[in-house]
Ligand binder design. Structure first.
Ligand code: NAD
Ligand code: UDP
Length: 311
């Protein structure tokens, strides 16, 4: 059955993939975005779709519409972008969540929150399970994002408990793929662009820190399965690829796969940069029947092909 679905942040990297998938499945999609880190290019191929509507709007201000489902993705995701205006990042996470939850309550829509593995901070439990409360510096320069997202989770669970709003919380681990912003400073976009342009590959710290990288298509499948779970399942649920790699291993793969002669250069590790990160996805497997299908090499291949067309 055709549903009317609102995607905040729909002109961003993940939002644009989600919009495309939901339209392909025959739904009506309304994209709301203020174009802070997203852009029209990401959704240009959807603009003439008869069931796609795009609205320039900032979710820190209220918004009224009738829909069946809301995917709340609006928020800059890369550290350099969310630190440009930290107060605004907090407002987007907190006031934005309040506005979207108020809307969901009024119109009785189901609402999914794009939370993050950053709620675990620099984790002391490895791999991270959903019952781990995290290790976040509340006054560091990542706090605007980490604490904003933690507060949003608290808002979501309380709208559920107090007002019976049907909520879903996805804790998203590092995700990559075509349509990442080449200038967003994230490690995969940086390394591929540097390798393709023959520039030095910037390793922050000694490169021994780890991350687990999930390809965008797998993540979108996880979002949709989570949204379609029964009302009793709210999450939070980890969504990510458990394959864990050091940053040096990632650099090595990118160099080999691009055939680049770029050199590695070492730069200081940013403040509060987590030492390791890997999702335990047992809950996603049991509740959503979900696990990633695309391994790092296949995902990097597709992402490198994309970056070749734009840089
Ligand atoms: P992105 O920056 O590409 O997309 C975010 C979108 O939100 C952009 O289009 C931006 O313009 C829009 N936006 C920002 N502030 C807004 C506001 N106040 N009002 C309206 N629109 C606004 O990031 P992404 O990688 O697509 O991430 C999407 C969501 O997933 C974010 O909430 C992010 O925190 C979360 N997430 C992403 C990752 C990842 O690795 N990509 C990891 C964890 C969590
Ligand atoms: N990183 C790096 N070089 C870069 C960009 C990032 O070594 O050019 C490191 C960064 O310090 C972190 C990891 O790669 O340890 C992932 O960084 P990203 O910004 O992609 O995501 P996050 O830190 O939010 O997981």
């Amino acid at each position: 059955m055709k549903k009317k679905i609102l995607i905040t942040g729909g002109a961003g990297f993940l939002g644009s993939h989600l919009a495309e998938r939901l339209l392909n499945e025959g739904n009506e999609v309304i994209i709301v975005d203020n174009y802070f880190t997203g852009n029209k290019q990401n959704i240009i191929h959807l603009l003439n779709h008869p069931y796609c509507e795009v609205i320039r709007h900032d979710i820190t201000m209220s918004f009224y519409i009738e829909v069946d489902e809301i995917y709340n993705l609006a928020c800059p995701a890369s550290p350099i972008q969310y630190q440009v205006n930290p107060i605004k990042t907090i407002k987007t996470s907190v006031a934005g969540a309040l506005n979207m939850l108020g809307l969901a309550k009024r119109i009785k829509a189901k609402i999914l929150q794009a939370s993050t593995s950053e709620v675990y901070g620099d984790p002391q439990v490895h791999p991270q399970t959903e019952d781990y409360w995290g290790h976040v510096n509340p006054i560091g320069n990542r706090a605007c994002y980490d604490e904003g997202k933690r507060c949003a989770e608290a808002l979501f669970v309380n709208y559920h408990r107090q007002n019976q709003v049907r909520i879903k919380i996805a804790r998203i681990f590092n995700t990559y793929g075509p349509r990442m912003d080449p200038h967003d400073g994230r490690v995969i976009s940086n390394f591929i662009v540097q390798a393709l342009q023959g520039r030095d590959i910037t390793i922050y710290g000694d490169g021994s820190q780890t991350r687990s990288f999930c390809f965008a298509d797998d993540m979108i499948e996880g979002f949709i399965r989570l949204m379609n779970t029964g009302d009793q399942f709210t999450g939070p649920v980890n969504l990510g690829n458990p394959g864990e790699f050091t940053i040096l291993e990632l650099a090595d793969k990118v160099l080999k796969m691009t055939g680049s002669k770029s050199k590695l250069v070492y730069e200081p590790l940013p403040e509060d940069d987590p030492v390791k990160r890997q999702p335990d996805i047992s809950l996603a497997k049991s509740e959503l029947g979900w696990q990633p299908k695309i391994d790092l090499e296949d995902g990097l291949k597709k992402t490198i092909e994309y970056f070749k067309t734009i840089v």
